[in-house]
Design a binder for this molecule. Structure first.
Ligand SMILES: C[S@@+](CC[C@H](N)C(=O)[O-])C[C@H]1O[C@@H](n2cnc3c(N)ncnc32)[C@H](O)[C@@H]1O
Length: 387
């Protein structure tokens, strides 16, 4: 392949390196097929512990994730074309490269789609939706859930299920807060395109017939601009969207509820800390990827099983959220940890609900301290709340 194509391929592969690091618990493998004339040469990259294993031409090579791009690009120089298929749970990414072009396509993993259980959940279910098609059409169309034909778009069914479940799980909290405050002020941390803000606003205003004000925070100017545009199109004036790191935001009004859906890694901690530091009484948080503790924790007795990367990663998820919940209890919150949505919809399916009930809980604080010492970890949340 020519230099230009190999260079472009290298860039896409660097993106995959990052993706492997970010989604280590979902990574499956990368199939690589090089072609020269009519002959095909295939290889595969798998993960063992924290190292990649590249099997090609009968040779197995162990390497750091950060070497993937350089190594595969080097091989690509000797062939006419390459098809690289990256698979993780839920997603397949295909890179096709030849001398003319280098293209990348992302598709939902057909394997999961084909599974019966998955197809059962990734469709409009028979449950009674909180944000109903037929009633909230203007909103659902504007945020891209409904197509012009008035039907939920196929690729938005999951999102629709996710946000509607979120409304369902916090409806009691909203009803309770709405009886005590004239206007509910809600902070959406890592708001993205603000689906949550829009549907919760609809639910509070149109269904509960209460007043509310939303502040959406995201450090991506693109999604903030998109959210502002949607609010303008819908004529919603009771919301604002700010381009900011959650960490840097200072609330200038009393906030009653902090929400966060899939804010990445320690952005979840920033959202929780923002709530704690501003004495917000309610928080509903669905964490996303968990990287911080994965690289820190050690527990001698578990070593024989933690040598398997997937188990180490899953345990890190549990420890991260468990320590978050325990620290919040220590800080005087009543915490419930619930399954937010079927794991077949998304593996990031745990919801933390916290409600301030007392100044502090010293017994829980002690348990938290002992546990983190046992594991040798320094959770981000603690650094952010203990200022
Ligand atoms: C996976 S998206 C979720 C978006 C939205 N909550 C949803 O569920 O559709 C995570 C969002 O968090 C934002 N984000 C991540 N870390 C952040 C931080 N530290 N401060 C502000 N925004 C952050 C990203 O830009 C992205 O828009």
């Amino acid at each position: 392949m020519n230099k230009q194509s190999v260079g472009k391929l290298g860039l896409f592969l660097t993106g995959l390196e990052q993706r492997i690091n970010d989604n280590v618990q979902f990574f499956k493998k990368i199939n690589i097929a090089f072609k020269s004339g009519t002959k095909e040469f295939s290889g595969v990259v798998t993960l063992e512990g924290d190292k990649l294993i590249f099997s090609f031409n009968g040779i197995k090579e162990k390497m750091e994730t950060a070497w993937l791009s350089a190594r595969v690009s080097k091989y690509a120089e000797s062939y006419d074309s390459a098809v690289i298929t990256y698979e993780e749970r839920g997603i397949t990414i295909v890179i096709e490269a030849d001398n003319k072009n280098v293209r990348m396509k992302t598709k939902e993993a057909s394997e999961e789609k084909a599974s019966k259980a998955h197809s059962e959940t990734s469709q409009i279910s028979s449950r009674d939706y909180f944000i109903k098609v037929g009633q909230a059409d203007e909103l659902l169309k504007e945020i891209g859930i409904l197509g012009e034909n008035g039907k939920v778009k196929n690729d938005m069914i999951r999102k629709y299920n996710q946000i509607d479940h979120f409304v369902e799980l916090i409806s009691d909290t909203l009803k309770d807060l709405a009886t005590r405050y004239d206007t509910l002020n809600i902070l959406d941390c890592g708001c993205g395109k603000s689906y949550l803000t829009f549907v919760l606003n609809y639910y509070i205003k149109e269904v509960l017939k209460k007043s509310c004000y939303f502040i959406g925070l995201d450090y991506s100017g693109v999604v903030v601009e998109a959210s502002r545009k949607m609010a303008l199109n819908l004529g919603y004036r009771n919301m604002e969207f700010k381009v900011t790191d959650i960490r840097d935001y200072r609330a200038n009004k009393e906030i009653h509820l902090v929400i966060s859906l899939h804010a990445c890694d320690t952005a979840t901690d920033e959202a929780i800390a923002l709530g704690v530091n501003n004495e917000v009484e309610s928080m509903v948080i669905v964490p996303c990827c968990h990287r911080q503790i994965l690289n820190q924790y050690k527990f001698q007795a578990f070593e024989p099983i933690l040598k398997h990367g997937i188990l180490k990663a899953r345990m890190a998820d549990i420890l991260t959220d468990g320590l978050r919940a325990l620290l919040l209890e220590g800080l005087g919150y009543k915490v419930s940890v619930v399954e937010y949505i079927s794991p077949l919809e998304t593996p990031k399916n745990l919801m933390l609900r916290a409600e301030k009930i007392q100044e502090a809980n010293n017994a829980a604080l002690l348990q938290y301290k002992q546990l983190k010492e046992l594991l040798g970890v320094e959770p981000e949340l603690e650094k952010l709340v203990y200022k």
